[in-house]
Design a protein around this ligand. Sequence first.
Ligand SMILES: Nc1ncnc2c1ncn2[C@@H]1O[C@H](COP(=O)(O)OP(=O)(O)O)[C@@H](O)[C@H]1O
Ligand SMILES: [Mg+2]
Length: 77
Amino acid sequence: MLLERDAELDELRAVIGATARAQGRLVVVEGPAGAGKSALLEAAAELAQNAGVRTLRARTRAAQGATGSATPPAAPA
Ligand SMILES: Nc1ncnc2c1ncn2[C@@H]1O[C@H](COP(=O)(O)OP(=O)(O)O)[C@@H](O)[C@H]1O
Ligand SMILES: [Mg+2]
């Protein structure tokens, strides 16, 4: 259960609605580690799936020079 993300989820719901009407959008979610980016996007993916919008997931290798722990490459799910 996400706390205090109503505004963000409303915005993402609108983006999902636009996507369902073939009006694509690019959304960048940024914030420090632990801010809740992944949790927010999990919730958005669930909203999208419930709206019948196909979701794809991918993950990057950590960029050279990036701080933080390296993320192992993973196949898109
Ligand atoms: N809005 C929220 N309400 C409750 N718990 C949250 C919320 N956002 C994140 N969390 C929890 O905080 C932790 C860090 O969130 P996470 O999404 O992994 O952060 P990030 O991807 O930005 O590093 C996780 O345990 C997650 O479940
Ligand atoms: Mg994350």
